[in-house]
Write a protein that binds this ligand. Structure first.
Ligand SMILES: [Zn+2]
Length: 308
């Protein structure tokens, strides 16, 4: 709970110990009492709408209408952003969203994760803004974890429904992910995906900005009433399909497409154009993302299908 009599907006950088990495943040304190919400952008450096939304939201939020505190870390992975790297940091080849809660004496990415978790310890709720990475097309969706106390799971689901994106996943969570780590700490968190393929799409930014505004309303941090929450059934089965071989990948799928188990998801061809692998769809459901790169290596993600 944050209480103050004067509303303020402060900008600064969080230094990541033992590295040159500085994470830009805006700390916005309202006049009324209320919870603290942490917002992070750019855990993956090529997911531009999340970064842009974090910056714009921090710039435009008027602290005089706020109850509680919003801390925005606009860009959590500057090394990956400036290197234009998909998934990982160029400093240690680690995926920031696989190393939470991090380690202050570990590799640079593990240290970044630890600094974010330190900020999270001051927060009551967390929204982590993502999108399709540089070679990923996706339909917007929101994820929360099924881990942690039931009350935390319920609060995270309510946050996801308030955000307004119609595809909502309750995930058994990838190890080291942001929202699962928060859930295990007892802090309700959601990861929101909007935007794709290395583009700064205004429609994707608008989805995040609307979602953040609705989240503030849902949490009682601004006086306006939220719009009705999303009522769509939860998706709980989330299967990622990875490349069975290295080669050239030809996807047969579009994000948002409804598919049936066993139909063709795509093929991998060799450099002569001969098919070396067929990639079947693993379950009935909706395609949430597909990679768009022609180049593919064994074990890399190709697409994911979600189902109730
Ligand atoms: Zn991401």
């Amino acid at each position: 709970m944050s209480v103050s009599t004067v509303s303020t907006k402060q900008r600064g950088f969080l230094a990541v110990p033992g590295t040159d990495i500085q994470l830009p943040y805006t700390d916005i304190r309202g006049t009324g009492s209320g919870p603290t919400l942490l917002i992070t952008g750019g855990v993956h450096g090529g997911e531009y709408p999340g970064i842009e939304s974090a910056i714009r939201f921090a710039t435009s939020l008027d602290p005089s209408r706020l109850n509680g505190r919003v801390k925005v870390i606009h860009m959590t992975n500057p090394p990956a952003f400036y290197a234009k790297r998909q998934y990982v940091s160029p400093l240690d080849e680690k995926n920031l969203n696989r190393v939470f809660p991090g380690n202050m004496t570990g590799t640079p990415t593990e240290r970044v994760a630890a600094v974010i978790i330190e900020a999270l310890r001051e927060a009551d709720f967390w929204v982590d803004l993502h999108g399709g990475d540089i070679h990923e097309a996706l339909v917007p969706f929101t994820i929360f974890s099924d881990r942690g106390p039931q009350e935390v799971v319920h609060q995270a689901e309510a946050m996801a429904r308030a955000y307004g994106i119609s595809h909502i996943l309750r995930s058994s969570s990838i190890a080291g992910g942001s929202y699962a780590t928060a859930a295990e700490m007892g802090i309700p968190a959601i990861l929101t995906e909007s935007g794709q393929v290395g583009q700064l799409e205004e429609t994707a930014v608008t989805i995040h900005l609307n979602g953040l505004e609705q989240l503030l309303r849902h949490l009682g941090m601004v006086p306006q009433s939220p719009v009705p929450p999303v009522g769509a059934p939860l998706l709980t089965q989330f299967i990622w399909v990875s490349a069975p071989s290295t080669g050239l990948y030809y996807s047969a799928l579009k994000p948002g497409q409804h598919v049936r188990q066993g139909e063709t998801g795509g093929v991998v061809k060799d450099v002569f154009g001969d098919i070396i692998s067929h990639v079947p769809v693993p379950q009935d459901g909706v395609v949430l993302f597909t990679v768009t790169s022609l180049a593919i290596n064994t074990g890399e993600p190709l697409f994911a299908v979600a189902a109730p």
